[in-house]
Design a protein around this ligand. Structure first.
Ligand code: PMP
Length: 362
């Protein structure tokens, strides 16, 4: 990698491990000594079939899923999942439950309302999503499914685990998939856009229990029907070959490190940054301590002027991608798996230097 490589704390598309970037870039010129670029590989040829199969098997292995799950790589991002889930699993006169922990969770419910009843069981919207909503004490038995978002990318909150539920549980894990050990098989389905923890933008991982596939509510064109994608082993249309390959490389990297090690590192990274936010007199976090995300650390300063000065200060230190989401403002430092501890140490020292300079100038 060239010498000007930045420390990228972007929320997504996000930093990828350098090993993945290296191997992916070599494959663009000559994939595995085949004399072909990965960009030229046929999606129905033997080379891509092997990539597709290995990637789907690795997801199962890393998430501890049995053969009762289908793993798919779909296109259309998280938002298409917001639509496909109710299209497939919510009948017109049926209800689905939603835990409203933030913008994306809310959006998923809005999409579902086009197809059936979308019932919000719990929400922290009135507190600007500064804490997690309560997990509902009881979940109505007649819901077709319950949807929740494990990590709130925009406001920076995260559920501690994936609970067992009495109705099929569907989880949007876009911003914390494979960042920690969790009970993936408590979900009847979970999904994650690739561009945060498991690859590049353009594909979405879907893992769905086969029993749900027997329960599709309406006739759908194949591209919108999970069963058609599963029957085609995720090769219904031209696969996003390079995207799936980049995810395969990232999954291999995760496997080699081990989820235990990744989780320990992620805990350390988050603790280091939150401790500095608590200590530093310039920065503060409005997010309830127990609910804070280990993936997206959101914080602010007293006013916009200081925000701008800090952004410039970081930029001079080669740090980028720290702007908060446009709905929230201030700062968001994303600490996905590919961010090394050293990058967070650097961030903390820059925050300390900034405090020092700022107090001196005042
Ligand atoms: N869910 C979550 C948790 C997200 O963070 C995002 C986007 N960052 C989405 C869904 C939407 O994904 P997309 O932009 O691919 O539609």
């Amino acid at each position: 990698m060239s010498g000007n490589k930045k420390i990228n704390f972007s929320s997504g598309p996000a930093a990828l491990p350098p090993e993945v970037l290296q191997e992916a870039s070599e494959a663009i010129i000559n994939y595995n000594n085949t004399g072909l670029s990965i960009l030229e590989l046929q999606h129905r040829g033997k080379y891509f079939e092997a990539i597709n199969d290995e990637s789907r098997t690795l997801v199962k292995e890393l998430c501890g899923l049995g053969d009762d799950y289908e793993v798919l790589w779909l296109q259309g991002g998280g938002r298409l999942q917001f639509a496909m889930i109710p299209m497939n699993f919510l009948g017109e006169h049926e209800s689905a439950g939603f835990i409203d922990s933030g913008f994306w969770a809310h959006n998923a419910a809005e999409y579902a309302a086009h197809y059936g009843n979308a019932i919000t069981l719990s929400s922290s919207e009135s507190d600007h999503y500064r804490h997690l909503p309560e997990w509902p004490a009881s979940i109505p038995e007649d819901l077709s499914y319950l949807h929740f978002t494990t990590n709130n990318t925009i406001y920076g909150t995260q559920f501690p685990n994936v609970p067992k539920t009495n109705v099929p549980l569907i989880a949007d894990m876009s911003s914390d998939i494979l960042s920690r050990k969790t009970d993936y098989s408590n979900c009847a389905m979970f999904y994650a856009v690739a561009q945060k923890n498991i690859g590049a933008a353009g594909i979405t991982l879907v893992a769905v229990n086969k029993y749900l596939l027997g329960n599709i509510k309406r006739k759908l064109p194949p591209m919108l029907d999970y069963k058609a994608h599963a029957d085609a082993r995720s090769l219904l249309n031209t696969a996003a070959v390079f995207g799936v390959y980049t995810s395969l490389l990232t999954l291999r990297w995760i496997k080699q490190k081990g989820i235990d090690v990744i989780e320990t590192e992620n805990n350390r990274k988050a603790a280091l940054l939150y401790n500095e936010i608590e200590r530093n007199s310039i920065f503060h976090s409005n997010i309830k301590k127990e609910d804070r995300s280990k993936m997206n650390v959101c914080f602010g300063t007293e006013n916009k002027e200081i925000d701008t000065a800090f952004t410039e200060f970081c930029s001079k230190q080669n740090i980028t991608g720290i702007d908060g989401h446009r709905y929230v403002g201030s700062f968001r430092v994303s600490l996905y798996n590919a961010i090394p501890l050293t990058a967070v140490e650097k961030m903390v020292s820059v925050m300390q230097e900034f405090e020092h300079e700022y107090l001196k100038a005042r």
